[in-house]
Design a protein around this ligand. Sequence first.
Ligand code: FAD
Ligand code: EGO
Length: 475
Amino acid sequence: MEDRAKVKDKKIAVVGAGLVGSLEACMLAARGYEVHLYEYRGDIRTMEHVPGRSINLAMSIRGRTGLGAVGLEEKVIKEHGIPMKARMIHNLDGTTRAIPYNKDGKCIYSVGRRYVNEVLLTRAEEFPNVHIHFNHKLLTTELEKGVMTFLDTSTNQEVTAKADLVIGCDGAYSNVRKQMMKKPWFNYSQQYIPHAYMELCIPATPDGKFAMPPNYLHIWPRGKFMMIALPNQDKTWTVTLFMPHDIFLSLDTPEALLDFFKIHYPDAIALIGKEKLVKDFFANKSLPMISVKCSPYHVGSTCLILGDAAHAMVPFYGQGMNCGMEDCVVLNEIMNKYDDDLEKVLPAFSEHRNPDAEAIVDLAMYNYVEMRDLVNSRLFLLRKKWDDLLSRLLPGTWVPLYTMVTFSRERYHLCISKKKWQDNVVAKIVKFCSVAGLVAGFLFAKTEAAHTLANSFLHQVNSLATKTLAVVDRS
Ligand code: FAD
Ligand code: EGO
């Protein structure tokens, strides 16, 4: 522990005080570093309205482990999280069907983005070695020197700062990553999907209750037009509508919008309310979705990116925040392993985390394609029933992919290889059964044929004998 002093002398700048940046600041502070957290926005705890996307999120074990590392898991999950124990599938005719997530009661939790972010900021502030700078927009970084320039938006002045390590947690359109892209051997790819999303709201009932059963993730699977709803603390629901960008554009009058809802989501019109639906739809913007892969996540021992900055994904697995928070946990473990020697820690983090981050980016994209191609809710239910059946027939051997990703901390890339292995086992069992069935059927058919043959032979002999006897009798 002689290294503690070394650690305490080191200054780390965390850029972006979103879900990942504010958690990472807490974790570094707990290790003893001098942490400066820079955020473009003002302090969201003092703001009436926070602009930005997605009001609530599905939190599962990976995100919870991150919160647990700074003592906030209980607070967020027990005091604030709303358990979603099953998905509730809405059919076109308005009927619903629930399919539990887990036999042993494990579930996902709906949490407010703003609440989680505020709790993390407050926790960060409790550390004397954390300094938060709001209204600081990062403009440029000299990656190898750790020199940053910010625009202080409260004074409109440029400010420079220096740190031993700069950690970019500045989201899908990361400025830090933009600087890294100028470096040789830095790989980058991005993909916009044709879909956009828009958030709508189902208000509480007049007597202040949830308008739908609360402990579910509600899903309206309609092929290209998908809709989900997650519960909020105030008994409202945040509804997210996903559809191709051009369809959003084509719904340009209240009539077109209502006709569209009558065809695809008749039950949702009453839940949202006709006037509110029209008002909110035209007051809101539909937003794009981007998927980003890059590597490595570090430059020397002076720069690192985490969260969406390193691996933005489409939201069809509910894992973006969970994965970003798990990044912090993984980094912490690697810091333990290499005794905070950043020269070793950063490359080890890139190498260890890249296969997993790229795996979940792929899985999220794969889910997007899959759900888009499930043309109706019957197919969705069928697929989930099939998963359920297999996990009952082969307990311990067959674990549905969604369960592995959502309810375990199995490395994401191993979730994919395990899934392939399982599919293989099932394919082998199916092959074995069909061959065995064929052989048994053949043998059975053979004996059966023998029986019929013998029977008909005896029958014929018998009738021939009878006939012969009759002829003999007559003569
Ligand atoms: P962000 O939350 O984007 O935070 C980045 C921060 O950096 C912001 O505060 C921003 O102001 C700041 N910043 C940006 N640029 C600068 C700059 N130049 N200077 C200073 N500061 C800067 N994930 C789940 O796990 N479960 C879900 O159910 C889920 N649902 C989602 C639904 C939708 C519609 C979307 C779009 C995403 C969803 N996600 C979900 C993903 C999740 O929102 C992200 O993965 C998560 O917010 C990433 O956190 P982050 O801190 O890396 O980035
Ligand atoms: C066949 C049927 C193959 C996000 C179903 C794959 C995602 C996928 C966006 C749900 C749950 C948290 C989510 C399930 C599948 C959040 C999620 C799922 C959506 C959309 C979402 C499930 C926010 C994929 N988890 N999930 O099994 O319930 O199944 F519907 Cl559009």
